[in-house]
Design a protein around this ligand. Structure first.
Ligand SMILES: *[C@@H]1O[C@H](CO)[C@@H](O)[C@H](O)[C@H]1NC(C)=O
Ligand SMILES: *[C@@H]1O[C@H](CO)[C@@H](O)[C@H](O)[C@H]1NC(C)=O
Ligand SMILES: *[C@@H]1O[C@H](CO)[C@@H](O)[C@H](O)[C@H]1NC(C)=O
Length: 278
């Protein structure tokens, strides 16, 4: 399974660490409250009690909606009862005397809210380099329709037809029973999730202009039609699949969609950040 490793560090901390190294290599770290003042931009954040990080699902009074799931240990993982597990760890810690905190991340590329590239299910596309870095940002960004699919079936041809998605609509987020069942919030992988059946995928290809297909669990395809539905959608390399979207608490309708995958060359999947703007 493809894995990615990312190292990151807030640039402000690096600058901070550098200026500290120049000013006073031996003193306590200025980012700690009890550090002496150097007359530079040392921490004036105050006592711990005031330091409450704000977590948001919406921004600007609800105009911008985050439809990505935050990554967490107990997020569902493909065919696993254990969830994603620990994927983030501190290599260096200020608590241990390091000048900065420095974490490492390791997780499957098809974790949480993520995108599939054509190389995911076609070996010749994989070998030819159709990875996530080749995905068209124009398809991943633009007007998108959020629709509720019938809750009593998978996304079959019949279900697709009943949605009456007009020609010309190029990006659709399919909200399903998966959202009602809060499947993305359950650690244990659930094979009964709703997704495209092969005939539903074929109907989409034959009868719509949809090039962006988004869904609210880990796979666009129902478990019973897993590979056939992926093959139908990715065959022509003109459709982009985004899975594991967080579509709760959003009204159906038209939005501006913005999705940005990581530029992971060689990877057939990538974590992706998606937002809707009203
Ligand atoms: C910090 O030090 C403690 C005690 O030696 C150790 O258990 C822990 O793993 C260290 N953490 C990091 C991030 O280095
Ligand atoms: C820095 O490390 C401490 C533990 O040593 C941890 O609580 C804190 O979240 C870390 N900060 C960042 C930005 O990783
Ligand atoms: C969708 O298909 C899965 C098998 O892939 C099945 O377990 C589930 O019951 C189906 N859902 C509905 C609503 O028919």
């Amino acid at each position: 399974m493809a894995r990615i490793t990312m190292k990151w560090y807030p640039s402000f901390l690096i600058l901070h660490a550098l200026s500290l190294a120049i000013l006073c290599a031996s003193s306590a770290h200025p980012a700690y409250d009890d550090a002496p003042s150097f007359g530079v931009a040392v921490s004036t954040a105050g006592r711990e009690a005031e330091l409450v990080a704000v977590r948001r699902e919406e921004y600007d009074g609800g105009r911008i909606i985050d439809i990505s799931h935050y990554y967490r240990d107990d997020m569902p993982a493909w065919e696993s009862a254990e969830g994603v597990g620990q994927f983030l760890r501190l290599l260096k810690s200020m608590d241990n005397g390091s000048l900065a905190n420095f974490s490492e991340m390791m997780l499957p590329t098809h974790t949480g809210t993520h995108v599939d590239a054509p190389g995911h299910v076609f070996q010749h596309y994989f070998e030819a380099g159709f990875d996530v870095d080749t995905l068209d940002l124009e398809v991943l960004n633009g007007p998108a329709l959020l629709v509720d699919v019938p809750r009593d079936k998978n996304i079959t041809a019949e279900a697709m037809e009943s949605l009456h998605i007009p020609r010309g609509v190029r990006r659709v987020l399919f909200r399903t029973l998966n959202t009602d069942k809060e499947l993305m919030w359950k650690k244990e992988f659930d094979t009964s999730y709703v997704g495209f059946m092969k005939d539903g995928a074929q109907w989409l290809v034959d009868n719509t202009d949809i090039k962006f297909v988004g869904i609210d669990y880990l796979s666009i395809a129902a478990f019973d039609d897993l590979i056939p539905s992926h093959l139908v959608l990715l065959k022509k390399r003109d459709i982009i699949i985004v899975e594991g979207l967080k579509l709760e608490n959003v009204q159906p309708g038209l939005y501006d969609l913005h999705c940005l995958p990581l530029r992971l060359r060689g990877a057939e999947g990538s974590p992706i950040r998606c937002i809707l703007i009203k």
